[in-house]
Design a binder for this molecule. Structure first.
Ligand code: ACO
Length: 403
């Protein structure tokens, strides 16, 4: 459905690519690195032909890029999901319903394709709740004063980390990422096109820092760059993936061993043990908290049975979905971690919006929080506790890569 007769919503074609790039660069305020552009044209992370665009008088005025990704959900199960990126409406055409029209069509297609979930990373927190999305991954921007931070005497010191040339370590890095992704909730498989972007490491990715340095362990790696930040010698850790606790502490010990560095900065998951390995937990200073990934359930029974649970449950959940009208009442029964879910006419034990269901899906946000905020209504507090016990996860969900 078009927002006005002048606007056509249609599939993008390769001949639309230049206009789409101009739209993207204008809205996200950057110029595409020419080297990266060449690689992107050969093997893009999101293909032009899979995008939906809005066109006015032959000009592209809106776009939604879409692809498929493999997402790890609780139970370490891999689920194929729709991934949206590069959502833009031209500044000349905003607030006329173009995003809503593109999303209506895009979500119809995703439903038709039978994908149970849609994910994306977002620019603003107020836009996507109305479309049934909720945040599912949280991380903190932190800095560590390297000159003061000290490991506790009980912190393991397993060693096993070596300095390596980033280009030479490519295959090892890809293999470790893949092992980490398969066991880590919230992460996506990383396709060759995404690795090409990482290893191309163009000037525009560096924020004034050096190209990537790599520390390698048999079960982990850290990729970082040296920066000059506010007259401090800073190491910015772009990516630290550890498959085992030993690899985690060994990599952090190696980073802390960079004697001439004042400060280390990175994004840290909420359940990262680093602060608790140090003598003073305040050595890790949180500067900002970010929601990194948002999610929407497209098919509630398919989504709820795709993940596993930590406790038994027998409950009727009523879900409100004003955008897709795909809500209703669903009987959710969990035994030994495995769920069955189907539409029901039984009366509801829990009522919530589909955005709230989304935020509970990877275990990051607790049902109790939403009950306290009056965004989840339960017949009694025992029902909320049962939901909480079933939906929680052993580890916090983490983002694989930004898209
Ligand atoms: C997944 C990603 O790529 S995230 C990146 C999103 N893109 C950006 O931030 C780039 C800059 N912004 C834009 O391109 C545009 O402003 C967009 C895409 C965010 C919105 O496009 P528009 O065509 O103006 O949105 P549209 O008119 O369809 O509005 C849809 C609804 O969202 C609301 N909305 C739109 N933008 C905003 C906003 N920035 N903040 C809060 N609400 C918003 C509208 O009020 C409308 O609400 P309603 O339908 O419930 O009444």
């Amino acid at each position: 459905m078009a927002p006005s007769p002048d606007i056509t919503i249609r599939n993008a074609e390769s001949s639309d690519a230049d206009q789409m790039r101009l739209l993207t660069e204008t809205n996200f305020a950057f110029r595409t690195d020419p080297e990266l552009l060449k690689a992107e044209q050969q093997d893009p992370v999101f293909r032009t032909e899979d995008a939906l665009i809005a066109v006015d008088q032959g000009r592209v005025v809106g776009q939604v890029k879409v692809g498929r990704q493999l997402l790890t959900v609780p139970g370490a199960r891999a689920v194929e999901v729709a991934a949206i990126s590069g959502v833009v409406v031209a500044p000349t055409h905003r607030r006329r319903g173009i995003l809503r029209a593109m999303y209506t069509e895009q979500h119809r297609r995703t439903e038709e394709a039978g994908l149970p979930l849609t994910i994306f990373t977002v620019s603003e927190g107020t836009i996507y709740g109305r479309f049934g999305y909720g945040p599912v991954i949280v991380a903190n921007s932190v800095t560590i004063d390297r000159t003061e931070a000290e490991f506790r005497s009980t912190a393991p010191d397993p060693g096993g980390v070596f300095l390596v040339d980033t280009a030479e370590a490519k295959d090892r890095i890809i293999d470790i990422y893949d092992r980490w992704h398969r066991q880590t909730i919230g992460t996506q498989a990383s396709p060759p096109s995404q690795w090409r972007r990482v290893f191309a490491d163009p000037e525009s990715y560096r924020d004034g820092g050096t190209s990537l340095f790599t520390l390698l362990h048999a079960d982990g790696y850290a990729q970082y760059r040296y920066m000059d930040k506010d007259d401090k010698n800073q190491v910015y850790v772009e990516d630290l993936r550890a498959v085992t606790p030993d690899a985690h502490v060994a990599l952090w010990r190696a980073l802390m061993g960079l004697d001439l560095i004042d400060e280390i900065a990175t994004l840290l998951a909420e359940d990262d043990p680093l602060p608790y390995l140090l003598k003073d937990i305040r050595s890790v200073r949180v500067k900002n908290r970010h929601d990194l990934l948002w999610l929407r359930t497209m098919d509630i029974p398919a989504a709820l049975t795709a993940r596993t649970y930590l406790d038994d449950l027998d409950i009727v959940v009523a879900v409100d979905d004003p955008f897709r009208n795909a809500g209703g009442a669903f009987a959710l029964r969990v035994r030994d971690g495995i769920a069955e879910c189907e539409p029901t006419t039984r009366s509801a034990d829990i009522e919530l919006g589909i955005d709230v269901l989304a935020s509970m899906y990877l275990g990051t946000y607790s049902p109790r929080l939403f009950a306290a905020a009056n965004r989840l209504q339960a017949k009694d507090s025992g029902t909320v506790r049962a939901l909480e016990a079933a939906f929680r996860t052993e580890h916090a969900a983490k983002l694989g890569w930004h898209f």
